[in-house]
Design a binder for this molecule. Structure first.
Ligand SMILES: [Zn+2]
Length: 221
């Protein structure tokens, strides 16, 4: 009762606004239709054409453009953790294709410890973790990056594969053994990073690895 009252009062003091253009919207965290329309462009990566054999599938929810690009930049390079909630709202805005069958755990693509210390958080965790747990899927932070890698967006497709080869390891293989894993990342470009992580998970005994990225585009970093 009191919390309802507080929520109503807070709505008056801080009315919900679109995180991109600040137009008034119905609920906190929601995007207005004008900002949502250009970014919603879900598709499957064509795995066969990209030598990504370790992934069973790889779904991309949005184009890396407009509001998605702005908010991801704020989250990754300006320390704005509030942007994560606005990006996570997009997961709920795209229910189709977001209930893959048989998922038993969710594993994020990890940052190198140096990058993690510098940023203070893994942006992929801030975007996906609450959503994953609401689906009833345990969050397994079990992949580790064993060496720093150059940003993928600077490289050609062949160089991207070389850049990430052998860059990941599994901390606790027993947690993924025999399971269907949803591997999540903020941005997918060629899919080389996702596929390298999927390879490590499969080698550790995971039965299947499905990829899911918030955004796809050629300018990811
Ligand atoms: Zn807007």
């Amino acid at each position: 009762m009191l919390s309802d009252w507080w929520a109503a009062l807070l709505d008056i003091i801080y009315p919900p606004r679109c995180p991109v253009c600040r137009r008034p919207v119905d609920a906190h965290g929601a995007w207005c239709p004008v900002c949502l329309a250009p970014v919603l462009a879900g598709h499957e990566l064509n795995l066969a054409g990209r030598r990504l054999a370790a992934l069973a599938s790889c779904r991309v929810l949005c184009d890396y453009t407009a509001g998605v690009k702005t908010l991801l930049h704020l989250l990754k390079f300006r320390g704005s953790t509030r942007a994560a909630a606005s990006l996570a709202w997009l997961l709920a805005a795209r229910p189709e294709g977001l209930r893959p069958e048989g998922i038993q755990a969710v594993v994020p693509v990890p940052l190198h410890p140096g990058r993690l210390a510098e940023r203070g958080y893994n942006q992929t965790e801030l975007i996906f973790r609450s959503w994953s747990e609401r689906q009833g899927w345990p969050w397994l932070d079990t992949l580790v990056r064993t060496r720093p890698t150059a940003p993928q967006w600077e490289l050609t497709p062949a160089a991207r594969r070389r850049n990430v080869r052998g860059a990941f390891a599994l901390a606790c293989p027993e947690t993924v053994r025999g399971k269907t894993i949803l591997l999540v990342d903020d941005i997918v470009t060629t899919g080389a990073t996702m596929n390298e992580c999927a390879k490590v998970l499969r080698r550790g005994g995971a039965a299947r690895v499905l990829g899911l990225a918030l955004a796809g585009g050629d300018y990811g970093r």
